[in-house]
Design a protein around this ligand. Structure first.
Ligand code: HSE
Length: 419
């Protein structure tokens, strides 16, 4: 018996016990295979939760074959096989990258199938459009796994914090960078050696640029900011700095002065109603909970006007932690069927304040002369190590700081202080 996908959930509720809930997994890499493993491992408890129904992974879409995998027989190579099968009500997209994941997701939604994704690139770039499409077709587009891996953050922000206006979101959103910074400090390593270790352990990709240059964090804070403020915050409007300039001596100076250095994605509501969003390394005060989030862990601090601050912490990457979030979305979709769009594309980006209007203190490491430091910053407390000078500046308007920094007669590295 064929059931139209859009009617499938109703049918499930009416005829409990008669049908399987068929899903397809697109992309059988680290996360996709973790989704299959999770569904096989916890099949019984899912079935209890779903009133006796079973989740059936009917298809796995990948370019490769997996003859030795227990679900190897379900592999297909043509998306049309999934799209044309009305029994498939949920499609899990764990492909990564914009194409073809974006097009496949769009087609699945248009054909009345809910889509659950871990793909932060697609969500950051096309989230509003895909959520609207899902709404139009009476299905859902879910993306809990796109930020923070296994940490619940999207659903808590969408639902549990719904009573709040979000004042700010600050997060350690990239496990690879957090691991590198932790190893540098604890094992007295330079950046390149720590990166190599991360690659050896499989935390960092062979091409680590998206992680270490901050692009991955940027996509994730774009998603959180869009969710928090209801409009798409394009990644192109977000200042993006990475961690490759950070040295062991920076971490030592920070520690000696009561800070940890963390790559943060930050979004906050400004007094004038606009929002400010950036990705950059920060000196995080030791008494801030994020300073204690180490290794591959992610931590996200959300401040709401009613609840105050809430910290989410856990494994932000990896096969099973990410699969945990994907499968939770699958269960939610089966339970609820429809979810409203969380944000919309905006006509313009005037609601995003330029970082040049930020006011911050900064840590500076420079080989400039003491005279030029004095001329630029007046009297600051300078620490010298290996011929380099380190100090923390007073607060400056960002655009003023640029002018002051141009007075230095040497090279410098600058890291913001988290306020
Ligand atoms: N490369 C990412 C990280 C994977 O290290 O956090 C999870 O998005």
């Amino acid at each position: 018996m064929k059931i139209h996908a859009r009617a499938c959930y109703t049918y499930v509720y009416e005829k409990r016990g008669l049908i399987m809930i068929s899903i397809a997994i697109m992309g059988f890499g680290v996360v996709g295979s973790g989704v299959a493993e999770t569904i096989m491992m916890n099949a019984e408890s899912f079935s209890e939760r779903l009133g006796g129904e079973k989740i059936n992974v009917k298809y796995i879409l990948d370019l490769r074959d997996f003859p030795d995998h227990p679900l190897g027989g379900r592999v297909v190579h043509d998306i049309e096989t999934i799209l044309s099968d009305d029994e498939v009500s949920v499609v899990v997209e764990t492909m990564g990258g914009i194409n073809p994941a974006y097009g496949f997701s769009k087609s699945a939604l248009e054909r009345g199938k809910s889509v659950v994704t871990s793909n932060k690139e697609v969500v950051a770039a096309h989230g509003a459009e895909l959520m609207a499409l899902a709404e139009k077709n009476g299905v859902a587009y879910m993306f809990e796994a796109s930020v923070g891996g296994g940490i619940p953050i999207i659903r808590p922000m969408r639902k549990c914090l719904a009573a709040n206006k979000i004042i700010s979101v600050s997060g350690i959103l990239n496990g690879t960078c957090n691991y590198i910074l932790t190893r540098m400090e604890r094992d007295k390593l330079d950046f390149d050696t720590a990166l190599k270790q991360a690659q050896k352990l499989g935390y960092a990709e062979r091409d680590p640029s998206a992680d270490i240059e901050g692009k991955d964090t940027c996509r994730k804070i774009s998603i959180l900011a869009s969710l928090a403020y209801g409009k798409t915050v394009p990644t192109e409007k977000i200042l993006c700095e990475g961690i490759s300039d950070i040295t062991y001596n920076d971490l030592v100076y920070a520690r000696e002065n009561g800070f940890a250095i963390k790559l943060l994605g930050r979004a906050k509501k400004c007094a004038d109603g606009r929002i400010s969003v950036l990705t950059a390394p920060h000196l995080v005060p030791d008494d801030n909970s994020l300073a204690g989030v180490n290794d591959v862990y992610n931590g996200i601090s959300v401040v709401g006007n009613i609840v105050g601050d809430v910290l989410f912490c856990g494994r932000g990457a990896g096969s099973l932690p990410t699969a945990s979030a994907v499968v939770a979305d699958v269960l939610d979709v089966i339970d609820n069927c429809k979810v409203r769009a969380s944000w919309k594309d905006a006509d313009n980006t005037d609601f995003i304040r330029d970082v040049s209007e930020d006011v911050t203190s900064s840590y500076i490491r420079t080989n400039s002369s003491k005279e030029s430091i004095g001329k630029a910053f007046g009297s600051v407390d300078i620490t010298e190590k290996n011929g380099e000078k380190m100090f923390i500046t007073p607060e400056y308007l960002e655009s003023d700081l640029e002018v002051v920094l141009s007075l230095l007669d040497g090279k410098y590295t600058r890291i913001r202080l988290m306020k």
